[in-house]
Design a protein around this ligand. Structure first.
Ligand code: NAD
Ligand code: FES
Length: 293
C-alpha cells in the first residue's frame, strides 16, 4: 500500500498528490509514468510523473477528476493509501541520456497544455539543474485553470503564458503564441509538447513548418503497461508502437494523431455508462444500468 503524504487542489477538479513510494522515487527519470489503482478491483490509471524526490522517497502525481476512476483517486485524502503504484514505467526523456555539453548548446521550447503542464515540470527542472536553456509556454482555457506557474517560473529560462480567453498572458492558443515568438526572433533547436492530443497534433503541424524537432508524450489508454496487451498501440512513422514500453515520448512529426485520438475515445460509451451508474448509486437509487450492455 502507498500512503498519500500530501494532497493539494491546483485548479478546479485538478489535484496534486505526493505519494510515499521510495523504490519508484529512487529510479524515476523525467518522462516516465506510473500506473495507479485505488483498490484491488480498481481500473489501472496511467499518470505521467510530475515530480520525484529520492531522499524523501516521494513521487508526485497530478490527476484531473474526469472519469469514475480518476474521481476515485481524487476523493482520497492525505493519510489514505493507494493499492498499487507501479513504476517507473516507460522510457525516460531522450535528453537524459545525451551528453550534457551537447545539450548546453541547444535551446528547448516546452509547450505545456492544461493538465499536461504537470509532467512538463520534471523535464524542465532536470534541464535547469544541468545548466540547459529551456523556455516554456503554458496554455490553459482561463487564468483559473493555469497550474504549476510558480514552480515552472523557478526553472524555465523564460515562461510564457497563453489563455484561450486572454484572462492571463497572451490571448489565444499555444500554437499562436509559438508562432508569435518565432516571428519576433526566438530560435529553438527542439520542442517538447505535452497536453491534450489535439494540442500536440497542432503543435507538431506548426513546428513542421519551421523544421523544428518535436517530441510529444502520448497518454494512450493502457491495461498492463508492460507491452503484453497492445491496448496502448499507436502508429508512428507507419509502424505500430506500444506507448507503455516504447514511449510515452515519440517524434511528433511521425505520430498518426487522428488514429490515436480515435483509439482514445474507443471506450467513451462504457465510460459514460460507468459515470451514470456512479451517479445513480450516489443518489441512493438502485442501479438498473448494466455495464455489459
Ligand atoms: P485544454 O483543453 O484546456 O487545452 C490546453 C491548451 O492546449 C489550450 O489552452 C490551448 O492553448 C491548447 N490547445 C487546445 N486545443 C488546441 C488546438 N486545437 N490547437 C492548438 N492548441 C490547442 O487542456 P486540458 O483540458 O487540461 O486537457 C486535458 C487533456 O490533457 C486530457 O485529455 C488529458 O488526458 C491530457 N493530458 C495529457 C498528458 C500527456 O502526458 N500527454 C498529461 C496530462 C493530461
Ligand atoms: Fe498493454 Fe501497453 S498497455 S501493451
Amino acid at each position: 500500500m502507498y500512503p498519500i503524504l500530501e494532497k493539494r487542489l491546483l485548479a478546479e477538479g485538478i489535484w496534486l498528490m505526493k505519494i510515499l513510494a521510495p523504490r519508484v522515487a529512487r529510479s524515476a527519470r523525467p518522462g516516465q509514468f506510473v500506473i495507479v489503482r485505488t483498490d484491488a478491483c480498481g481500473e489501472r490509471i496511467p499518470l505521467t510523473i510530475s515530480d520525484f524526490d529520492p531522499e524523501e522517497g516521494s513521487v508526485t502525481i497530478v490527476t484531473q477528476a474526469i472519469g469514475v476512476s480518476t474521481r476515485k483517486i481524487c476523493a482520497l485524502g492525505a493519510g489514505d493509501r493507494l493499492a498499487d503504484f507501479a513504476g517507473p514505467l516507460g522510457r525516460p526523456s531522450e535528453f537524459v541520456a545525451e551528453p550534457i555539453e551537447a545539450l548546453r548548446q541547444r535551446r528547448y521550447i516546452f509547450i505545456a497544455g492544461g493538465v499536461g503542464t504537470a509532467p512538463v515540470y520534471p523535464q524542465v527542472k532536470w534541464l535547469h539543474e544541468h545548466g540547459v536553456e529551456a523556455d516554456v509556454i503554458i496554455g490553459a482555457k482561463t487564468r483559473d485553470m493555469l497550474i504549476y506557474t510558480d514552480e515552472m517560473r523557478a526553472v524555465a529560462s523564460h515562461l510564457h503564458i497563453a489563455t484561450d480567453d486572454g484572462s492571463e498572458g497572451f490571448k489565444g492558443l499555444v500554437t499562436q503564441l509559438l508562432e508569435k515568438l518565432i516571428a519576433e526572433g526566438a530560435r529553438y533547436d527542439e520542442c517538447v509538447a505535452i497536453g491534450p492530443m489535439i494540442m500536440m497534433k497542432f503543435v507538431a503541424l506548426t513546428t513542421r513548418k519551421y523544421d523544428l524537432k518535436t517530441t510529444v508524450s502520448l497518454n494512450a489508454l493502457m491495461v498492463d503497461g508492460t507491452g503484453m496487451c497492445g491496448a496502448c498501440r499507436v502508429t508512428v512513422a507507419g509502424s505500430t508502437r506500444f506507448t507503455c514500453v516504447e514511449g510515452p515520448e515519440f517524434d511528433g512529426h511521425e505520430v498518426d494523431f487522428d488514429e490515436a485520438m480515435r483509439r482514445q475515445g474507443m471506450y467513451r460509451t462504457q465510460e459514460q455508462r460507468a459515470a451514470a451508474i456512479e451517479a445513480e448509486r450516489a443518489a441512493g437509487h438502485v442501479c438498473k444500468i448494466g455495464l455489459d450492455k
